[in-house]
Design a binder for this molecule. Structure first.
Ligand SMILES: Nc1ncnc2c1ncn2[C@@H]1O[C@H](COP(=O)(O)OP(=O)(O)OP(=O)(O)O)[C@@H](O)[C@H]1O
Ligand SMILES: [Mg+2]
Length: 373
């Protein structure tokens, strides 16, 4: 008679079920969770932590935390202190996690992992991605800066407006005085033309600083965009520019000021066209973002995202933060007020605007506008 070893299941079905359940719970947490044993080895890394750190669960599991996160000395210090002392440590402000090609600002808390018996057997690190909070803070700083500059510029514009009216009036009188063949006539016309140009800038500046109230009505965004694209296509018919549009047909009308939105998108589309040479691709896309959060406390609201992209030379990294500043322009005939006005129009519609660009790889402006007001 041969004796066979009975097959003893390593885990009962019930226990397996419970383990699966706990694994699902941890995997479903939206914040990153990394568990570290008292030996310093990682025992668990949930999908949100994989996303933030760039390490897969398989890479992380069994690895020494200190080695894997050698670049993040703050995290390493927090974990080793919690394992040593059993206290909870938190840093909501100063920590970033570097993974390949990305730096994610995070709010971190490190809890001791305590057994039923009270023994400290490791640490649990939670990482909350706070990129959008940082973006929002930057947007608020930008808005503050613009409002100060706007007020200053408007003050100046007021002062310039009256003498300018005088110059133009006098030049118009002179124009009538000179005989048609006089050389002076051309000079006088230059004066008139240039005062008109200054006048245009001043009017834009004053509008920037003293807003008219929004005239809200249901607006069909695709009609606004379609009309602008049609006109601009004709205006650059002599160049090889491809106009590509991808509109999400499910986007309903939004409550907005049509004239202002036209101005906004005309500015962005003209900038894109200006940036391209004799040929290029201009892409305008619309889509709905269903769970965009404007602030931490505000409920999830539906936003519509409109992107205007071009394959021009792009905006150098050092210019990116200046493009919203009044009078920042790299064009010989640009006033540099276009994007300042765009920023203001979007803020007044309780939306957001951002620019992404890679030198040499084109530029993309994204406008987010709330769908329900
Ligand atoms: N799509 C783009 N590609 C490359 N650079 C851009 C693009 N859009 C804006 N810029 C840069 O940002 C600057 C500011 O743009 P903005 O629209 O405010 O002013 P402008 O176009 O120069 O003048 P205007 O007041 O006539 O619009 C531009 O001069 C340009 O350097
Ligand atoms: Mg412009």
């Amino acid at each position: 008679m041969t004796l066979t070893t009975p097959q003893i299941p390593l885990q009962s079905d019930q226990q397996q079920e419970r383990d699966d359940y706990y694994a699902t719970v941890i995997d479903s947490v939206g914040d990153g969770v990394i568990v570290i044993a008292s030996t310093g080895c990682i025992t668990l890394c949930n999908p949100a932590a994989e996303e933030i750190t760039g390490f897969s669960n398989r890479q992380a599991k069994g690895a020494e935390f200190e080695k894997l996160f050698a670049m993040e000395s703050t995290l390493v210090d927090m974990v080793s202190k919690t394992i040593r002392t059993g206290i909870t440590i938190s840093d909501q402000e100063n920590v970033v996690v570097r993974s390949t090609g990305r730096i994610t600002p995070v709010a971190v808390t490190c809890y001791p992992l305590v057994q039923g018996s009270g023994e400290n057997i490791g640490a649990i690190l939670t990482l909350k991605d706070i990129t959008y909070i940082r973006e929002l803070e930057a947007a608020v700083r930008q808005a503050d800066r613009l409002s100060t500059l706007g007020t200053l510029a408007a003050g100046l514009a007021h002062e310039v407006k009256n003498p300018l009216g005088g110059i133009k009036g006098a030049a118009q009188l002179l124009e009538r005085e000179f005989p048609p063949e006089s050389e002076m006539l051309e000079y006088t016309r230059v004066v008139i033309r240039e005062t008109e140009r200054i006048d245009h800038i001043i009017r834009e500046l004053l509008e920037l600083a003293s807003p008219r109230a929004l005239r809200l009505a249901p607006v069909n965004l695709h009609k606004v965009l379609g009309d602008i694209l049609l006109l601009q296509k004709q205006a650059v018919a002599d160049r090889e520019i491809a106009f590509i549009q991808h509109f999400d047909p499910s986007i309903p009308e939004i409550m907005a000021d049509e004239e202002m939105l036209t101005r906004l998108f005309l500015n962005l589309i003209c900038n894109a066209i200006d940036a391209m040479g004799v040929d290029g691709r201009l892409t305008v896309t619309s889509r709905v973002l269903s769970d965009y959060r404007m602030t931490q406390n505000e409920k999830h609201s539906r936003m519509v995202a409109i992107e205007v992209g071009d394959d021009g030379p792009g905006i150098p990294q050092e210019d990116l933060e200046n493009i919203w500043t009044p009078f920042f322009s790299t064009k010989s005939a640009g006033t540099g007020l276009g994007l300042t006005i765009c920023h203001k129009i979007v803020s007044e519609h309780r939306g957001m605007i951002k620019a992404e660009s890679d030198s040499g790889h084109g530029t993309k402006f994204t406008v987010l506008l709330p769908l329900v007001r």
